[in-house]
Structures are given as C-alpha cells and as structure tokens.
Design a protein around this ligand. Structure first.
Ligand SMILES: [Zn+2]
Length: 205
C-alpha cells in the first residue's frame, strides 16, 4: 500500500498510532517501536503493509519505506504541506467512506510543490476540495447577514463570502476572487493575496 501520514499519536512506551490516507481509506495503524525502524513524520508519503496483530486491536504498520520528494527538505514547503495535511486529517477523521478524490488531490499537490510556491499550490488544492464537496460559495452572498456582497468582499472560514462590515477582515478584489473560484487558479493573485487566503484556510477546512 501507499499513503500519506496525516497524524501520529503517542501510544504505550515508544509505540505510536499512525493514521495514513491511502487511495481508498483512512487507516489507523499501530506502530511498535523498533530501533532500526525508519523514522516517520506527518506529511511523509510511505509504502507500507498493514498486518493483523495479536498484540493490538489495530492493524500493525509494517515494512515502511519512504517515498520522499526532494522538496521535503525545503523547510518552508514541508511546513505548509504538514499544516495542510493536519487540517485534512481533522476534516476527514470522522468520515466513514473516504472518496479517492482526497488521495489524488495530495498526489497532484505533491507534484506541483516541486516547482511552485507552497501557499499557491495549497490554496488551489483547497479550492478544488471545496468544489468537490459542493461548498464553494461562488455567489457572493454574505454568510452573516444573507445579503449580496457588492463591494468590500471579505472571506471567512472555509472561504465563505462576507461583507467587510459583517466580519471585519481583509478586503479582496471581487473580480480576482471570482476568477479564482471559476478557474481554480491563483494566477491572477499577488503573493500577499495568496498569503491572506492561506491564512484563512489555516483556520480550518
Ligand atoms: Zn453581511
């Protein structure tokens, strides 16, 4: 199996409980401590086996091989990536059936991160996620007062449109956000605008 590590929790002694997103499921696995085991971190892509274990109710994470990317060693990229995967874990942890979409989304982002700015890649990934889940509000109706937003557009959590006077947040150029929501691309946005969007996304999916 191959998957992305979305969470690592401490268990007994030096053992850990590791949650991996593979193409079909979110798997929670027990990892017994072993001095010669490869170290794992949130964000790593791994090849692994999930085996029944007499020692634990969870299946056991075994035979881990790193499928590293060169950009894992770029601290800024890896920090953004880990942050995104932690948010994704919170978003998916109670979902019974995981759509293959999420694994593919990470695969695509991982490829793009090799040569693009991390905030741009992950803002675009998040827009794709909202679109997929039918939660992208591209008609600008304020989520606070329920009236159309005609100027001074701001965005709340999950990039929900709002009036500036309703949530007192950063104003975005309406046309640019329209383009972003229609195309899924940040091409028209300045770096500082992308950073503002990323900041909103980090409040939670
Ligand atoms: Zn409003």
């Amino acid at each position: 199996l191959q998957g992305y590590i979305l969470e690592i929790r401490k268990a007994r002694d030096e053992d850990t409980v590791v949650t991996v997103l593979n193409s079909d499921a979110l798997q929670t696995l027990y990892r017994f401590y072993g001095a010669r085991h490869a170290t794992v971190s949130i964000g790593y892509k791994i090849d692994y086996e999930a085996k029944e274990s007499g020692r634990s109710t969870l299946k056991q994470l075994k035979n881990v091989i790193h499928l590293s990317n060169a950009w894992y060693y770029d601290p800024e990229k890896f920090y953004h990536w880990q942050h995104f995967l932690k948010l994704l874990f919170k978003h998916l942890r109670d979902v019974e059936e995981i759509d293959r979409f999420y694994y593919r989304l990470l695969e695509k982002a991982e490829t793009l991160l090799d040569r693009q700015n991390p905030a741009r890649v992950l803002v675009e990934s998040y827009i794709a996620l909202l679109k997929h889940e039918g939660r992208l509000h591209d008609e600008f109706i304020c989520f606070v007062c329920d009236r159309p937003v005609e100027e001074n557009l701001t965005l709340g959590r999950a990039l929900l449109p709002a009036h500036k006077h309703c949530i007192y947040s950063n104003v975005f150029e309406m046309e640019k956000i329209e383009q972003l929501y229609a195309s899924g691309s940040t091409l028209f946005l300045e770096d500082h605008e992308v950073e503002s969007l990323w900041h909103i996304i980090t409040q939670g999916f």
